[in-house]
Design a protein. Structure first.
Length: 443
């Protein structure tokens, strides 16, 4: 059990919790705080199993380990949401949460009424990008602002200088949105699921291709746009030129189509020291819909670098730890990495649909351990001849599979995911603890 005493000046590592199970992994692998919410009012209606009962258990689990839990109530509410929100806030008061994350001014007023003494954090959905907006929200009772992803380093410094008593939080890792800090209408337009009410179906990640039935003259453009084509028959490349600046964007297409809305994933593991000096006190990881393996491995990578910074290790030592963390993050499925807007550049886009990193594959969770016999929840296929590593909060442990058994302790050739059955995996290592993870090495 990882228990760390909090300090006012200590960097806070904030991790996503898309389920009670993922919350446990986030905490055990080094998060100082977690954020979670129920599907209807938390901006994550899809792939979210949290109920109010789960939130109560989550708060108890976190507090028993000296960690904080922040609950997301950050939809942009319509009138019909308000009664649900009021009841939910009253429930949150009972379970003694540490903070509530909100984007809607009306819900902030309700939080003041129903959650007295509970910290109010302003969601990144509110798009705070300047110090006057930050000052306004602080005066309105907001203790912490989760800055818009579009804020650059110099702006963070200015906001902190102008509003020094306001806590600043910044996303350091995870998916980027093609719209302004999540204020996107694509999902509502294309699937009738509003991103701003938690139902985003991520059309920005879908493949697009020109329709070969129509000639170029049938594309609808405004007076500022000009469309030309390099291949009149197949439309393999289309160039859109913005007339005022002359900027050309080439929409590349392969056999799978084009992914021209698709941003690379944010990764700021190299810039934590700069962010801390600029005034950021909480580093946030995106990914409530991601796997337990993603949460655990990402939290562990950032935890090690943060611990090195706080221990005031030398630059050489920090860089060594940082390199290890970068390598671990590369082992996760990702769309390629970008530094986002932090350094004032336009984030890179990925025109490919597939995610990188197939050298390592998450295959199972260790539920129980008895010597070298592990009770495993399988997520992907695992065979006796596979080369594996056991991922723990401290390190990676290479291991050899000696045998695999089904729930009835009958020897089997392989374990498979996609069902509720469990397996027993015998390995050549001892002292493996529950909440360890198993990954397969494919290279």
């Amino acid at each position: 059990m990882r228990i760390v005493k909090s300090s006012k000046n200590r960097i806070e590592l904030l991790a996503p919790a898309g389920s009670l199970e993922k919350l446990k992994y986030a905490i055990e692998y080094g998060a100082d705080a977690v954020y979670a919410g129920t599907p209807d009012i938390s901006m994550r209606a899809r792939v979210n199993n949290f109920s109010e009962k789960d939130l109560a258990m989550a708060a108890e689990y976190a507090h028993a380990r000296g960690k904080k839990i922040f609950v997301t109530v950050n939809i942009y509410a319509h009138n019909y949401h308000l009664l649900v929100v009021e009841k939910h806030l009253q429930f949150l008061r009972k379970i003694k949460i540490d903070g509530v994350i909100i984007s809607d001014p009306g819900i902030i007023e309700l939080a003041k009424k129903y959650l007295p003494g509970v910290d109010i954090h302003l969601s990144t959905q509110a798009n705070t990008t300047n110090w006057r907006a930050a000052k306004f929200w602080h005066a309105a009772g907001v203790k912490r602002v989760i800055l818009a992803r579009e804020v650059i380093l110099e702006d963070i410094q200015e906001i902190h200088k102008r509003v020094p008593k306001l806590e600043l939080e910044y996303f350091v890792h995870g998916a980027m949105c093609m719209s302004y800090s999540g204020r996107c209408i694509l999902s509502k337009w294309m699937s009738n699921q509003s991103a701003n009410e938690g139902g985003c179906t991520q059309p920005c990640r879908w493949a697009y291709r020109p329709n070969d039935q129509f000639s170029i003259s049938n594309f609808q453009t405004n007076h500022n746009d000009k469309i030309s084509k390099q291949n009149a028959k197949k439309y393999k490349n289309i160039i859109v030129t913005e007339m005022q600046s002359g900027t050309e964007v080439e929409l590349e297409e392969d056999s799978h189509g084009t992914y021209f809305f698709n941003s690379k994933d944010l990764n700021l593991i190299k810039h934590l020291t700069e962010l801390r000096k600029a005034g950021v006190m909480a580093f946030k990881i995106e990914g409530r819909t991601k796997s337990a393996y993603y949460v655990a491995n990402t939290v562990r990578a950032y935890r090690k670098v943060i611990d090195a910074i706080e221990a005031k290790k030398s630059s050489a030592e920090i860089k060594k730890i940082q390199k290890w963390s970068e390598q671990e993050l590369d082992k996760l499925a990702n769309r390629g990495y970008t530094e986002g807007f932090l350094l004032g550049n336009e984030p890179e886009h990925s025109f490919a649909g597939q995610q990188t990193s197939d050298a390592f594959q998450f295959v199972g969770e260790v539920l129980e351990a008895n010597g070298g016999e592990l009770k495993v929840k399988s997520h992907n296929a695992l065979r006796k001849e596979d080369k594996i590593e056991i991922v723990t909060p401290e390190k990676n442990i290479p291991a050899k599979i000696l045998a695999i058994y089904d729930e009835g302790k009958n020897k089997v050739v392989s374990a498979h995911g996609g069902h509720e059955k469990l397996y027993y995996v015998k390995i050549n290592k001892k002292d493996i603890q529950p909440l360890s993870l198993i990954r397969k090495i494919n290279k």
